[in-house]
Design a protein around this ligand. Structure first.
Ligand SMILES: Cc1cc2nc3c(=O)[nH]c(=O)nc-3n(C[C@H](O)[C@H](O)[C@H](O)COP(=O)(O)OP(=O)(O)OC[C@H]3O[C@@H](n4cnc5c(N)ncnc54)[C@H](O)[C@@H]3O)c2cc1C
Length: 418
């Protein structure tokens, strides 16, 4: 059977459609299949941090998100109870975050892939990954009302999420695994205006956050440690509202708002998977997943799509061997994601910050540059290595000491005047 495609991609959301779009734009024959039909929702909140917004701008798709009326977000706040850190999450070039509904974002990405020339088959379930002589050569599957279909390609990309059939078929090596750490549930509220802010609240063994999305709605997510996952499932609404009560002013606002959707939520494992082998590659959650507390998944999927599409292009064009190009993809992905992975897993335990970190956090209010840095850290705009570099943290402590010296001097001079 002749190969009708250079690349087949299983999964057509953030990772799959973008990989398809980028490869089609480079002139490759790409087939993308998904069992879902778009627009389609999925269990995921949908904060697009500024660097993800920057990717959409680079690809010429940001205007489409903005045109949906999704409000821009210019400030992230982190309320620790006794103090709050509020900063700008982006850069001069990409200052804003957005939080478009997945029904909107994923459809927009599928359409962009199709416009770029990819063949998109929606409502198509892959039932088998075809492996010949140890090499992946194609897929077998069917659409809702059709018979079994076989398609062959040089490379099959698994963009099929956490339960990736591609990664399972090739037994992709998994490393740096950690079990689920956090359970989170979310819903949408009307009458809860956010004025361009993403607000997060950290309390003992609880975290919750609010962020504005399409249709004048606000997404509110609340989480608790995974140890409570099974027990709290018996009363999700009760535990969700009880968590929010830990911030009385916010709880008051939620009480005067109206919930307009059922709760959705889950808990996820944390892992890296080797993202390539003979005839196959993985992008997005299929290849790398971490807890959603830092909301990095879509940004990571966009970054993977660019790195993986470049590697496939280099290999198919003959510029480099598949293994060389893909090894660089894996190395870059792991290097860029590694420190954020550890930071995220630590946050997701919902344990109180260790004393040194608490001192650093307490030194930030009043220091806008430091607070912007913290917002950027949580947005994935800068890496934990950059934020926690000794010279950076020393500067934060020095500025706090100078501020308290100034306050003490002002108090002394006020006393001497009286
Ligand atoms: C509760 C929660 C909140 C989150 N919040 C955020 C957030 O605010 N911001 C953020 O950036 N990230 C967030 N994430 C992470 C984000 O959802 C994922 O990282 C992102 O969806 C990964 O995209 P993907 O394309 O790799 O996979 P997915 O979105 O999982 O898409 C995989 C696709 O593959 C298809 N598929 C699978 N198997 C087959 C098959 N056999 N045949 C055909 N099709 C198949 C599925 O139908 C699906 O459409 C959150 C995740 C969770 C669980």
């Amino acid at each position: 059977m002749a190969k009708a495609f250079d690349v087949i991609i299983v999964g057509a959301r953030c990772a799959g459609s973008t990989t398809a779009m980028l490869l089609s734009r480079r002139g490759y024959r790409v087939l993308t299949v998904d069992r879902a039909s778009f627009p389609s929702d999925t269990v995921s909140t949908h904060i697009l941090h500024p660097l993800a917004v920057g990717a959409l701008a680079r690809w010429g798709l940001l205007d489409r998100v903005v045109a949906t009326g999704c409000p821009p977000i210019h400030t992230y706040t982190f309320d620790f109870g006794p103090f709050t850190i509020a900063g700008a999450p982006g850069t001069e070039q990409n200052p804003l975050a957005y939080c478009p509904r997945r029904t909107i974002l994923d459809k927009l990405l599928v359409d962009a892939a199709a416009e770029s020339g990819a063949d998109i088959r929606q409502g198509f379930t892959v039932e088998e990954i075809i492996i010949e002589g140890g090499r992946v050569v194609g897929i077998k599957g069917r659409s809702k009302h059709g018979g079994s279909v076989t398609e062959l390609a040089d490379v099959v990309v698994g963009a099929d999420g956490r339960h990736s059939m591609v990664s399972e078929a090739v037994r992709a090596e998994q490393y740096r695994e950690k079990p689920p750490l956090l359970a989170g549930y979310y819903s949408y509220w009307s009458g809860l205006p956010m004025d361009g802010r993403f607000d997060a609240y950290m309390r003992e063994r609880r975290a919750f956050a609010a962020v504005p999305t399409n249709d004048d709605l606000t997404l509110v997510i609340a989480g608790w440690p995974y140890a409570e996952f099974a027990e709290n499932r018996k009363d999700i609404e009760g535990h969700y509202l009880k968590a929010i009560e830990l911030a009385p002013a916010f709880a008051e606002r939620v009480r005067s708002a109206r919930r307009v959707a059922p709760f959705a939520g889950t808990a996820v494992p944390n892992y890296f998977r080797k993202p390539y082998g003979p005839g196959w590659a993985l992008v997005g959650d299929a290849g790398y997943n971490k807890d959603f507390i830092t909301a990095q998944g879509i940004l990571d999927a966009f970054r993977d799509a660019e790195l993986c599409a470049k590697a496939i292009d280099e290999s198919l064009s003959g510029a480099r061997s598949f293994d060389d190009a893909m090894a660089e993809y894996q190395l870059t992905r792991d290097a860029r994601g590694g420190a954020m992975y550890d930071f995220t897993c630590e946050l997701a335990t919902l344990e109180p910050p260790p004393p040194e970190l608490m001192q650093l956090l307490q030194a930030m209010p009043g220091n806008q540059a430091a607070m912007d840095g913290f917002a950027r850290l949580n947005a994935g705009t800068i890496s934990p290595a950059e934020f926690f570099a000794p010279e950076a943290t020393e500067a934060i402590f020095a500025a706090a000491a100078a501020r308290s010296d100034r306050v003490a001097a002002a108090a002394r001079s006020a006393r001497s005047r009286n």
